[in-house]
Design a protein around this ligand. Structure first.
Ligand code: BGC
Length: 929
């Protein structure tokens, strides 16, 4: 650098420092004069998303969170204003719609009620609120939403395909490209794109977006999602190019039983890029016959089998304008309908955590294997050196066998294999495109150099759900269980809730989803995820109301209507309603819920549903090492119990939606269903024909028994557990409820026995055996260390993880009052036990963060809670002996704590929002473990 240049630099640096200092001074000065308002509004979301694009709803739902300095804050009124221009909105000008000041404590799911917005329209909104202290918040930050393409006519793009006869399932991925010229500078550009298959789009050589496997999996023929991207920054005046590669994906790729072409044989692209110039003129670039198509390096790509990538066949810069596409072919225009196009509701699939090699080992069979330490779902990215033309092979497995060898038998026919052909003798970097694997171990063939965290990395990939819950205790094994539940969720929430992510299955099995759904709502924000999937459930539900075994349904249409599976039609909407206060999901699903109950009615005689094929209490403990032998529950008994449960949930939904006639009708039906149950499966003294844990659990959880028989039935359940030496024997259907039923009838100690049990069958048995996810079976690895039947032995199946719901709701005691769902009215009722000396959970709700954290130290119980603004909580403190203090003061002196009552040893009270610290001496001293 010459002298003059360095002088210029010095001047610039000096100038920069002065600016920073001045800015700092102003900030400090501002801080002095502008006090933080006591009431603020933040976290504005529209349809569960921040500043969403491609909104379809005419009256989207708006939610916000209050931030308050004081305790006991309730919103008393709100005002929303909406405009087409952010700046004038903040000045209160050009308002498109205002709610006016609405006297209401509603701060979630407030419907926009202004004029309907046209396709593509972007609007801005902000909100202010008032509270019970007479304080008003300032107007919030401005957020926005943008409408998607609402009508089929909005699509001028045409579906395009390639012309190759050889284009079949398992073949190369076609690449479509187009060069186009923009005559002016770009003010805004939006891309609307979807495919038959899964796609990755590029603009001027750069990948568009960070999502994978777009457009996701839906019941394609009825609902095909499109993605919308803001690509303003990626375009320039002059020549530009786009490229889109399409993989088989769910559309025509291999699925269960090696079925292929489920939705069609040909991959296709629909692409519409809308450009707005700075001069106000518009340009449209759409898929049509002017596009070119070719193949490249992806020779084959499949969810089950992996990817074959021949780097020698790469077409460098193929999505740039300067690339010469000699030899590329023309495309075929296809007239497929566009009526099924819908916007993206759930979160797209994205890359998340990275894992590095924990160990690199050589197995007794001589394989070179990397251990990533976590059973995860995603893929491996590598940066390795080979020789041009050599093939590197990567195999993926969840476990090593008894001898320490790489074990893939439980993958059944899924190959989970990556083959990479080097193009050079230098280091090459690669990660797969249209495939995912379930694995902890990676076998590398064809590379013998060093493997470390710089050159081999595993990437977890799952639906982009925000983690909302955390849970931990003083017991590391229980913490590992919670970890496994969370990772079971991550690995199996890949656009649809799947049964397992590794073997040749990976489908949206309804039974698994209903069992785990409530737990899922505690760990992550799954509102959009389930809302989307439930739309596919409705779409694939049969005319007679039968709900297929899997959603989206790609099985034979006769495979539908199984108890405990199809009941997801009522159970999932209800759980989403409870967790998010989402009435709309009940509206959306009401006809489907009703149709499912209608189906059972149709197939029952005298209110008894004892026909059809049922999976029963899937994978219950079937061992013989206890006196009673197998814990088999009568399948028809189960069917009748779920018939009642679905009917009850339908009644609940009808009541909330104001459908009084249905409430009356189905209440009558429910009484008859229960009567039929009693007549068929229960003796007059309350003994059930199947004396199993699941039998009593379902009968009690679904209130099948009259009041006078419940206590004794709960006792029989406890006795049954005793008979199994305090082990759980339930399968998929009894497991979600067993601990809840025990707690409800005063046997939380027994629930803790089950939770803390370390020998098979139990939740901690897999943990003790090194599990990092939830296993499909209680004994995936048997006590003698051999594996269960490889025909069905997944190490990543979330159903048994349904205990997570009890852990949050009972151990730390965070629950929603069903009468004020979405945690508007919270219940915090912790239940210490199981020799735990502490437990804590946090849950980010639509109102804000809830916390419940307790400790026991020398018989002193402390409970720290957070109740978010605009909510109230009922706190139930257990086993109270003496005076309770809150932050050092007698609770009776604290104005935010009201209605203090004693029930047995429990002290109940209502508390307003805020942070509280309770301390008292426990009645029964819990000895330290
Ligand atoms: C799946 C299960 C599913 C079951 C029903 C299995 O293969 O993995 O989780 O619910 O089939 O039969």
């Amino acid at each position: 650098m010459n002298y003059i240049a360095s002088k210029v630099v010095r001047k610039k640096v000096l100038f920069f420092i002065i600016v920073v200092l001045l800015g700092f001074k102003t900030a400090v000065a501002q801080k002095k004069v502008v006090p933080v308002p006591p009431l603020r509004v933040e976290n504005l979301i529209c349809e569960y998303k921040t500043n969403p694009i491609a909104i379809e709803a005419a009256n989207p739902r708006l939610s916000w969170k209050l931030l308050a300095q004081q305790r006991n804050v309730i919103q008393t009124a709100y005002e929303i204003r909406v405009g087409k221009n952010a700046v004038s909105l903040t000045k209160g000008k050009n308002i498109l719609w205002t709610s006016g000041k609405v006297i209401s404590d509603q701060s979630i799911h407030v419907n926009y009620a202004g004029p309907a917005q046209a396709s593509r329209q972007k609007v801005y909104w902000q909100v202010r609120v008032w509270n019970n202290y007479g304080q008003a918040s300032p107007w919030s930050m401005v957020n926005s939403w943008k409408m998607g393409l609402l009508h089929p006519e909005d699509w001028t793009a045409q579906w395009i395909q390639n012309n190759y006869d050889s284009d079949t399932t398992g073949g190369p991925s076609p690449m479509f490209r187009k060069v186009f010229k923009l005559s002016h500078n770009v003010r805004a550009a939006h891309l609307y794109v979807t495919a038959h298959g899964v796609f990755e789009a590029q603009l001027n050589g750069k990948r568009i977006g960070t999502d994978y496997f777009a457009p996701g999996w839906t019941s394609y023929n009825k609902r095909l999602q499109y993605q919308m991207y803001d690509v303003t920054g990626g375009l320039k005046k002059g020549n530009n190019a786009v490229g889109v590669t399409i993989g088989d994906g769910w559309y025509r790729g291999y699925t269960y039983n090696r079925i292929k072409n489920v939705y069609g044989k040909k991959l296709a692209l629909l692409f519409q890029l809308e450009v707005l110039y700075t001069n106000g003129k518009r340009e449209l670039i759409t898929s049509d016959k002017s596009w070119k198509v070719s193949y490249g390096a992806i020779r084959s790509s499949s969810f089950f089998d992996g990817e074959l990538y021949d780097a020698r066949k790469e077409k460098p810069n193929w999505s740039t304008a300067t690339y010469i596409d000699k030899g590329w072919d023309s495309v075929k225009v296809d007239n497929t309908i566009k009526e099924n196009l819908v916007t993206l509701i759930g979160p797209p699939v994205k890359k998340h955590e990275q894992f590095f090699p924990l160990k690199v080992l050589t197995t007794p069979e001589g394989d070179r294997v990397v251990d990533f330490g976590q059973n995860l779902v995603g893929w491996v990215k590598f940066k390795l050196k080979g020789k041009a033309g050599d093939t590197l092979k990567l195999y993926h497995a969840e476990v090593l066998d008894q001898k320490g060898n790489f074990y893939t038998k439980n993958l059944r026919t899924a190959k989970q294999e990556i083959q990479y052909v080097f193009k050079s003798d230098s280091v090459e970097t690669y990660e797969p495109h249209f495939t995912f694997q379930g694995f902890r171990f990676l076998k590398i063939v064809g590379y013998s150099g060093v493997i470390d965290s710089t050159n081999v990395i595993a990437n977890a990939v799952y639906s982009d759900m925000v983690q909302t819950g955390t849970f931990s205790t003083s017991n590391p094994l229980v913490n590992q269980l919670q970890h496994n539940i969370l990772w079971g969720q991550k690995g199996n929430f890949i656009d649809v809730p799947t049964d397992c992510p590794q073997r040749d299955e990976r489908m949206g099995w309804t039974g698994d989803a209903q069992a785990f759904c409530r737990t899922a709502t505690f760990n992550m924000d799954v509102a959009g995820f389930f809302t989307k999937w439930l739309k596919d459930l409705s779409a694939d539900q049969h005319k007679d109301g039968a709900v297929p075994y899997v959603i989206p349904n790609m099985l034979d249409s006769t495979l539908a209507a199984a108890s405990g599976w199809s009941d997801v039609a009522t159970i999932a909407p209800w759980n989403i309603y409870l967790a998010y206060g989402d009435k709309q999901v009940l509206e959306q699903q009401y006809e489907s819920m009703k149709a499912w109950v209608g189906y059972i009615q149709l197939h029952s005689r005298n209110y008894l549903w004892d026909t059809g094929n049922h999976f029963g209490d899937w994978l219950f403990y079937a061992g013989t090492d206890y006196a009673d032998g197998a814990a088999l529950t009568d399948k028809n008994l189960i069917a009748q119990a779920f018939y009642a449960h679905s009917t009850q949930l339908l009644i609940n939904a009808a009541a909330i939606l104001g459908k009084e006639d249905d409430v009356t009708k189905y209440t009558g039906l429910l009484a008859n269903i229960k009567k039929a149950f009693m007549g068929e499966y229960v003796t007059p003294n309350g003994r059930m024909i199947s004396g199993t844990q699941t039998s009593y659990v379902l009968a009690l959880n679904f209130d099948m028994l009259p009041e006078n028989l419940r206590e004794s039935a709960a006792k029989r359940l406890v006795n049954n557990i005793d008979d199994y030496d305090d082990h759980i024997t339930t399968g998929f259907l009894g497991t979600p409820y067993i601990c809840h039923v025990l707690s409800r009838f005063g046997h939380t100690d027994m629930a803790y026995e089950l939770l803390m049990k370390e020998s098979y069958p139990s939740w901690l048995y897999p943990v003790k055996n090194g599990a990092t996810t939830i296993w499909e079976r209680w004994d995936g690895i048997k006590p003698d260390k051999s594996f269960e039947d490889p025909g069905m032995n997944s190490f990543n199946h979330y159903a048994y993880g349904a205990i997570g719901d009890w852990m949050y709701r009972v151990i730390t005691g965070i629950n929603t009052d069903e009468a004020a769902p979405g945690f508007h009215k919270i219940i915090i009722a912790p239940h210490p036990g199981g020799k735990l000396t502490s437990a804590q959970a946090e849950l980010e709700t639509l109102y804000g963060k809830i916390k419940s954290a307790w400790t026991i130290d020398n018989g002193i119980f402390t409970l720290d809670i957070i109740v978010p603004p605009n909510t109230t909580a009922q706190v139930v403190l257990p086993s109270v002996t003496d005076q309770i203090t809150e932050s050092g003061l007698d609770i009776n002196t604290i104005k935010e704590i009201t209605n203090i009552t004693r029930e047995g040893a429990d002290e109940q009270m209502n508390v307003g929002s805020g942070t509280y610290h309770f301390v008292y001496t426990l009645k029964v001293k819990n000895k330290k473990s």
